[in-house]
Design a protein around this ligand. Sequence first.
Ligand code: FAD
Length: 385
Amino acid sequence: MNFTETDEQVALRAAVAELGRKYGYGYFTRQARNGGRLTELWQEAGKLGFIGVNLPAEYGGGGAGMYELAIVLEELAAAGCGLLMMVVSPAICGTILARFGTPEQRRHWLPKIASGSSIMAFGITEPDAGSNSHKLTTVATRDGDTWVLTGRKVFISGVDEAEAVLIVGRTADAKTGKLRPALFVVPTDALGFSFQPIDMDILMPEKQFLLFLDEVRLPADALVGDESAALLQLFAGLNPERIMASAMAIGSGRYALDKAVSYARERTVWSVPIGAHQGLAHPLAQVKIELELARLMMQKAAVLYDAGDDMAAGEAANMAKYAAAEASVRTVDQAIQSLGGSSMTSEFGLAGLLANVRTTRIAPVSREMILNFVAQHSLGLPKSY
Ligand SMILES: Cc1cc2nc3c(=O)[nH]c(=O)nc-3n(C[C@H](O)[C@H](O)[C@H](O)COP(=O)(O)OP(=O)(O)OC[C@H]3O[C@@H](n4cnc5c(N)ncnc54)[C@H](O)[C@@H]3O)c2cc1C
């Protein structure tokens, strides 16, 4: 076991942090408030090889792993400008296509995803299914050489910026007729595909959408990989999703903690800086410890994932996402307390950040579903739902 990052990883962290500082939280909030996007940052990160650092080198990626991709997102978020679509495009979609896509799908999509010139969104959540993916009703039926896909999706991020959405639907097993999951790449300009923005109360440039798939006709090769292996494919994408959601939360927590610590060092309302009072210093030390613990679990999950141990990575990625959400929410809340009234100003932006990190307790998988997973799989308790 080794807790020392390689020279390449240290250099990557430093280079991403420098890019993050160039844009920062001011850019992020300005774009969010004005309805803008993070396009310049996304494109620059893509050109520098950061967006596709985990994807195979033969398709234009960096040939590294989820550990490195998590470094990129953590450092950008720590600079105040995390890129939500990194959780989706290179992590979920890129990974699934790299591992299970047909040679043609890999050739077509991976170079674009790796360079950042194209974004792929991911749609699993449905209005009437939510946490229960067994209740998905988006169904694809075979019609000659084509698939016809019908259904609804909700809360899908970044569809307006995406060239395609990786949709989790279901197909009927030819022998039994039973519905089982299947993944389809659906171009956002496909006939029968439409989307509507959802008004959200979070300060984030990436928007969420309701998707309507009304008899969307897709070529046979829109189906990712092998129809019978979709569950495996899905799990292969969900571990990276959880690792990356952890990276974003931990980075955001680090951003808030930095702000709080600098403020607490300077701000003096009695005779000493407020950071000298243990009533303020101890809670900040506590959240520092909680962030570091969550980070350790995220790094363990990434290392296991990169070593090809999907099962062990699954447990660690769930635990990391749980811990990262809890730690980041407590950190931002404590940072708010440390800044007093200033925390509520747009200048510091911590109030807006609280809603963002609070989302990590719900998405991409809720705290309760993680606790269900751990109770059942790690502790061997009976399934409760
Ligand atoms: C900002 C944002 C971005 C998102 N981006 C995407 C995206 O790009 N793609 C995508 O597919 N989805 C996305 N989502 C959706 C997200 O993954 C879901 O909101 C999340 O999985 C929870 O589903 P739900 O909202 O339907 O909650 P529900 O399933 O309705 O659950 C509501 C509450 O009940 C709890 N609950 C449900 N079942 C149980 C149980 N058995 N035991 C205990 N508690 C339970 C849940 O934990 C939750 O707290 C996004 C959501 C947000 C907020």
